[in-house]
Design a protein around this ligand. Structure first.
Ligand code: PNS
Length: 160
């Protein structure tokens, strides 16, 4: 079974990595797909975000990294994947995720969304929270993979 794990990954958090590690347990192949959307302002370029993911998943042979623009279901079809993986954190995620899953199924009913509940210690980890903490030079070491800690602080500093 081939699955797509789509997202902005701006930046990749421990929460994302937790979902990737758990998804590979039941997928034969997992394509982590970074959304290339120039309308959305991002901290890292798509290339940088892909590079982060390549480093973080280098010991996971089932995982490949790609970028996509346009509709997710079209990308999934092109990749011959019929599963979309999404992580679910608190209940606040639910409405947006449910709407997205239903919309994607309306667009292509061959493709199913599978939700993975986040691990308890990643419950409130999000890319936006990471960026906000870093802006105030706070400690993000428990929220992001150690390889990304410095890069995030540096990028945020250069930005402000
Ligand atoms: O990490 P994010 O930002 O919550 O990921 C959102 C993502 C990339 C999964 C979503 O925005 C997406 O799939 N965008 C592609 C456009 C699309 O297919 N839209 C229709 C479904 S609502």
């Amino acid at each position: 079974m081939k699955a797509i794990y789509p997202g902005s990954f701006d930046p990749t958090t421990n929460g994302h990595l937790d979902i990737i590690k758990r998804a590979v347990k039941f997928c034969d192949e997992l394509v982590v797909a970074v959304l290339d959307n120039n309308r959305k302002e991002s901290l890292f370029t798509v290339e940088e975000r892909m590079e982060h993911l390549i480093v973080l998943t280098k010991d996971m042979p089932k995982v490949s990294i790609a970028s996509f623009s346009g509709l997710l279901v079209d990308f999934a079809k092109k990749e011959n994947a019929n599963i979309i993986i999404r992580g679910l954190r608190a209940l606040t995620d639910f409405e947006y995720e449910f709407q997205m899953a239903l919309t994607n199924r309306k667009l292509n009913e061959q493709i199913e969304t599978v939700f993975i509940p986040t691990s308890l210690d990643q419950l409130y980890v999000s890319s936006s929270v990471v960026k906000e903490i870093s802006q105030f030079s706070g400690d993000i070491s428990k929220l992001v993979p150690s390889q990304l800690e410095e890069v995030i602080h540096r990028k945020i500093k250069r930005r402000s």
